[in-house]
Design a protein around this ligand. Structure first.
Ligand code: FAD
Ligand code: SF4
Length: 620
């Protein structure tokens, strides 16, 4: 994938790429690993009767070029998989970064750091278990806020988190190690379907908020009205005080266009030229130095993830946090939830690296309630393992499928000198689209660059001239979380033609914005469409693309334990799981439909509402 080019080293010959990637793959679940192995084997055998790895370099380059130009979807899927792994390993090599000119430094200009947040206490699980009023499974946006709300109401709270605890002192320096440590399945969780869609989620103390971009939106009013009218969530429209309180506590501030970085400024210029509505994004990262390292953890705690905001607040109010404990089963006695059974995992690595040998059982008994906040993947996983939640558990998965639309500019963009998400464009809200100027670091976004072999390397060398916009769809398409026979989680998702058409429309709008801002060519991320120039845009719009032709990713899973009447959902409007007592859900799983904007603030507001009501019930 990466021979030698103009100062860029040759992968494997000069720098080790496959070694670190193989280590990362050691952290993924057996099911995902099996699928990756199958894909790699298919890749190897594709040049039948030869084997890919045994071809001469020039023959390999020819073969990859033919795959890129092929009309067969399977070729594109396999090629993309190859590019994802190759770029993940190659782009983080210091020699490569240096040659491309990427400089990332998460330090305040004067070298100082903001004061550390409050302590998280002793997070080591001790003995075989413990007892409390409320046990909360998961420490992300939902779990942390529930913990702070309940602990401050005087309840004795324990938070269990499957991942380990990281902070500004010990985020791994090596990007692949950081991904392994901070994400579930090394960030390689995939929704199976056509297309397959990666859905990375966090697995660490603080959950996905540790690795997210810090973008803060309130749920749109029409969405909340719909949730009230169709799903009986009467309080949905009264969330303004909860949003306001969270915004104040998380120091949510609007980005200053002067400091957001050139990628965002280009989106401003393009949108203004077209008269498209939008605005600078608000973030929970007041002291941000725009280093674009958010997906690997913020070393100066500028981003107020849950591990430096609501969790220390919960601990200060008496809550206990246990990291490296995975809840496996909800304990139900006489119809009442009584806590959870799980196991501990030692060390800083994922359970799949350290294996199950190091685990030991851990039981938490809860006198008052059990709250599940494992995120839209982890919550249905636990409910399904426990045989709870009925037929709807795991269904109704929405993900905000998103497409990266890159563009080449004559001027230097240097997207890494800026925040990842900086400017939103909501002009096409009616079409369920939200566009966000989003710079993606090369390790994650490099696979989207055009070409293979030397051509792809050339695109990498030009990365400093690439601007990008993320096209997010408020999806009507749905997916599902299931457990397979071996107990692993299986996510699937079926993108409808209507949603694929909306996304294609959004890609064309992103292209227009890029061109209006001065881009010379745009990469619509649909292999058959090739590279767009202003002249080709009309032809692109006249084409019809199959859902499987789109290359997408998704960062906002939700809805898998949704609030809806029992026949259609899992939870009642107070967050309680239908058909059970003392069992609640408080995370993104609750959303009845796609929320349409980045979901963290809505998760926080929902969790505060559910936990607040639970605390009141107990008082009453
Ligand atoms: C790269 C990326 C960028 C994003 N950027 C933004 C953004 O800028 N703005 C925004 O609004 N949203 C963003 N999001 C999404 C946002 O972070 C999530 O929607 C939000 O964190 C969801 O909160 P949650 O509580 O539902 O789940 P999470 O925050 O994912 O927390 C769930 C936690 O539960 C733990 N857990 C799961 N199962 C178990 C179990 N059985 N036992 C113990 N622990 C368990 C997990 O390890 C995890 O730590 C982003 C997501 C990603 C992946
Ligand atoms: S919030 Fe993100 S971009 Fe800002 S300093 Fe922290 S890691 Fe860097």
């Amino acid at each position: 994938m990466a021979p030698e080019l103009d100062g860029l080293p040759a992968a494997e010959r000069d720098v080790d790429v496959s070694g670190p990637v193989a280590e990362l793959l050691g952290s993924v679940s057996p099911r995902i690993l099996r699928r990756i192995r199958l894909g790699l084997r298919a890749f190897e055998l594709l040049p039948f009767p030869w084997r890919f790895s045994r071809l001469r370099l020039s023959a390999r380059e020819d073969f990859l070029r033919r795959m890129e130009g092929s009309r067969l979807g399977i070729h594109h899927e396999l090629l993309l998989m190859g590019k994802v792994f190759a770029t993940l390993g190659y782009a983080v090599v210091p020699e490569v970064e240096r040659r491309i000119g990427v400089e990332v430094s998460c330090r305040l200009a004067d070298g100082s750091r903001p004061a550390p947040s409050g302590p998280l206490g002793d997070t080591e699980p001790d003995g075989e278990g413990e007892e409390c009023d409320v046990v909360i499974v998961g420490s992300g946006a939902g779990g942390a806020v529930a913990a702070a709300t309940l602990a401050e109401a005087g309840l004795d709270v324990i938070v269990l988190e499957a991942g380990q605890s990281f902070n500004r002192e010990n985020y791994p320096d090596d990007p692949l190690e950081a991904i392994t440590a901070l994400y579930r399945d090394g960030g390689l969780t995939i929704a199976e379907g056509r297309p397959q869609i990666p859905i990375p989620v966090g697995r660490t103390v603080g959950g996905t908020t540790v690795v997210n971009s810090g973008t803060c939106f309130r749920a749109p009013r029409p969405v909340l009205e719909d949730w009230r009218d169709r799903f009986g969530i009467d309080w949905a429209q009264g969330l303004d005080p909860a949003f306001a309180e969270a915004e104040e506590f998380l120091k949510v501030t609007r980005l200053d266009p002067e400091r957001m970085g050139r990628n965002g400024q280009l989106a401003i210029e393009g949108a203004a030229a077209l008269g498209a509505s939008g605005g600078p994004i608000s973030r929970n990262a007041g002291n941000c130095v725009q280093c674009s390292s958010c997906p690997l953890g913020c070393e100066i705690d500028a981003k107020r993830g849950m591990h430096v905001s609501y969790l220390p607040r919960a601990i200060a109010a008496g809550a206990r946090l246990r990291s490296g404990v995975e809840a496996r089963q909800i304990v139900i006695e006489n119809g009442h939830a009584q806590g959870v059974r799980g196991y501990t995992v030692d060390g800083t690595q994922s359970r799949h690296i350290d294996g199950f040998e190091s685990r030991r059982p851990y039981v938490v008994r809860a006198r008052v309630a059990t709250v599940v906040a494992g995120g839209a993947l982890g919550t249905p996983e636990l409910l399904l393992r426990s045989g709870l939640g009925g037929r709807q558990a795991g269904r109704n998965l929405h993900i905000h499928p998103a497409c990266w639309v890159g563009a080449r500019y004559e001027e230097e963009v240097r997207g890494w000198d800026g925040v990842m998400q900086s400017y939103y464009i909501d002009q096409w809200e009616q079409q369920r689209l939200l566009l966000e100027a989003t710079f993606t670091p090369l390790a994650f976004g490099g696979a989207w660059l055009q070409g293979t072999g030397r051509e792809h390397q050339q695109a990498m060398l030009d990365f400093g001239h690439v601007g990008s916009i993320g096209v997010h769809l408020s999806d009507e398409s749905q997916g599902r979380i299931r457990l397979t026979n071996d107990g692993s989680l299986r996510a699937s998702y079926k993108l409808t033609k209507e949603d694929a058409d909306r996304l294609t429309y959004g890609i064309a709008r992103a292209a227009e914005i890029h061109f209006a801002a001065g881009a010379t060519e745009v990469y619509p991320n649909i292999a058959r469409a090739g590279t767009l120039t202003p002249r080709k845009l009309a032809d692109f719009e006249a084409e019809s693309f199959k859902p499987s032709e789109l290359r997408l990713e998704a960062f906002h899973p939700m809805g898998t334990a949704r609030i809806a009447p029992e026949a259609e959902g899992v939870c009642a409007p107070d967050g309680s799981v239908h058909g059970t007592s003392d069992l609640y859900v408080a995370d993104a799983s609750l959303f009845p439909t796609s929320v349409g904007v980045n979901p963290m603030m809505t998760v926080i507001a929902f969790s505060q509402q559910i936990a607040g009501e639970l605390a009141q019930k107990r008082d009453g």
